[in-house]
Design a protein around this ligand. Sequence first.
Ligand code: PLP
Length: 384
Amino acid sequence: MPSLSAHARGLPRSGIREIMDLAWAMDGPVIGLHVGEPSFATPAHVIEGARRAMAEGQTRYVSNAGIPELRTALAGKVARVNGLDVEPSQVIVTNGGMEALFVSLASLLAEGDEVLLPDPGWPGFDNAVRVLRGSAVNYALEPERGFLPDVAELERLVTPRTRALLVNFPSNPLGAMLPAGLAQELVRFADAHDLWLISDECYDQITFGAEHVSPARFDTEGRVLSCFSFSKTYAMTGMRVGYVVAPPAAAGPLATMQEPVIACVNAPAQHAALAALEGPQDIVEEMRDAYRSRRDAAAAQLDAAGFSYLFPEGAFYLWIDVSPVCGGDVKAWALELLRAHGVALAPGTAFGPRGEGWARVSLATATDDLLEGLDRIARSGVPA
Ligand code: PLP
């Protein structure tokens, strides 16, 4: 076989996927606290939207940017939920939130360009920048600052090669939310250095009280690309529908960028997404309430066991300080926890070097499994 590019060979595997593969390969049952996969079934009317579309023959290529009725409905959604006043032509339907991020990055990066990424942050960011031959520069999200970006640090990290700042709130893995004042400051920082601001808002509708703030609300210069997803809000991860909301001049090139990658998003899945938007929204609240109850039950259990953690205000993850038990190597500890106690969780280092000593537990897991998994962690005393 001819060799693959060094670039392709050097792409690291996500640390979450590594645990996932091992969990699948285990003989006995495993309590899976590692993946962000909602435990709820995809709502029936969403499935019906796709089924009807297929039955009606909506199985052909559609526009690169998405079907017009979905783009119109999404312009309504971002007005209602995110406070953004945009034309349907500014909405590009993508193959999940991941491809929303990918086409955003692909549209602005040249080889060697730098992107400021959160550490800890979702591993997909770093991998997308690598695939595009950009250069990831980590900024710190630290407990002392409430796990929020420090503009003074960003000022120190910015160079003439910096093209974009990427932010993700509500945050995976942290569950932190972005205060409005800081959102405004970050947009001003991007203005001052003529950067793009890519805002990953895949969990925008999974919040537990605090209001989610879209940075694009403060964008007066057309430099914010807001990336959203249907995956988590409507428990439809496998349908693969997301979207970017872009400034008017960027929307066309972003849609064209999809042509060589996916051409267009699967048409029946777009009709499923439309059904999700047009159907009852109380299911979104029901799932959110369930995540909130799980958070509270899990927090009580962690308190009783003496663990410190970040109390999440959004998304569906718990970021737990396991430094007292992990012996300085959280990945080795997580592997041992899986092998000896049948509990899979994501080691903090899967999210960047600042994740050492931390672990992420998903609240998307059904309550009984979640509490049993936390109980085993507390009782395991791993390493002994
Ligand atoms: N962004 C973040 C922060 C995520 O956690 C995920 C999925 O876990 C994604 C993007 C991609 O989601 P999807 O492609 O399923 O919409």
